[in-house]
Design a protein around this ligand. Sequence first.
Ligand code: ACO
Length: 322
Amino acid sequence: MTYSRIAGTGRYLPERIMTNHDLEQMVDTSDEWIRTRTGVERRHVCADDETVSQMCIEAAKIAMDAAGVTASDIDMVITGTTSPDLIFPNVSTIIQHELGIPACTAFSLEAACTGFIYALSTADKFIKAGEAKCALVMGAECITKLVDWSDRNTCVLFGDGAGAVILKPSEEPGIISCHLGADGQYKDLLYYPVGASKNLAAAGTADARIMMTGNEVFKVAVKTLGRIAAETLEKAGVSKEELDWLVPHQANIRIIQAMAKRLDMPMEKVIVTVQDHGNTSAASVPMALDVGIRDGRLKKGQLILTEAFGGGFTWGSVLLRL
Ligand code: ACO
């Protein structure tokens, strides 16, 4: 049986940092409110001319280096994103070409904040089926370009960035189990009202902004993430005591703390980046993985649960051994 395993990770964060104090100058908010309600202290914001593909390319180069692979080794590129460069061609083809990766399967995948978990799970299936030998899997967002900077309900939450992993076949797992889900009945609680075939004329107007019923999102997120964490562990026959680390989606410190509590995990066993990155949507889990690996907390052989929740709603979790 062939499994897939993460061979290397990388991340890229835009140069510009926006602090809570910067936001105090823009909307009626306070550093204290943002920190206590969300855990966010600062976030990176991409430049006007910066794109998801550019950020992914930088993150990918670092991941390729860490995995010891070159462009010619890669035969699959998947990017989870809701803020791609263009509607088409899909952003993975731009990344494939710019990195000099030979022609291969390359697509992007849109599942809001769960985009990377969906992408990782998809690449895992291709590798297990023997249809890919070396996958470049990314989660990336220029989500601040969709933010209304005059809306204090949403503008304090988000940040930009890109995370990348190289996934390769392995005799040992690797990716142990993946659990994906979605329920469109919640579509009106979190959405962006402009797309290619709906409301395109509103692009660039005040109506084009993230719409969110924050407290309802919060409640469903905590309930759903708790349930899927339990389901993922049960499916894999793993008890919560066996987990070495939780690497959660970084939407809100209070959601992360609630998840840790449900898993009886002390916060020392949770990778938290929300204070530095904000909610980077699909980029948050791969960037948190990279942070934990590079600062030496996440070590080879350890058992890690990752999870994410986003607009749709979509949700997903991956149990893996590094
Ligand atoms: N500064 C100061 N006050 C604010 C701000 C702000 N930035 N934003 C809202 N408020 C006010 C509200 O207007 C409200 O005032 P009111 O009581 O006078 O009406 C008050 O604070 C409380 O508002 P709530 O929305 O009830 O506050 P809550 O405790 O729920 O926190 C938050 C809001 C942080 C958005 C929280 O609900 C949350 O994190 N929800 C989940 C959001 C999320 O994770 N979204 C993304 C997930 S999916 C994805 O990542 C795409």
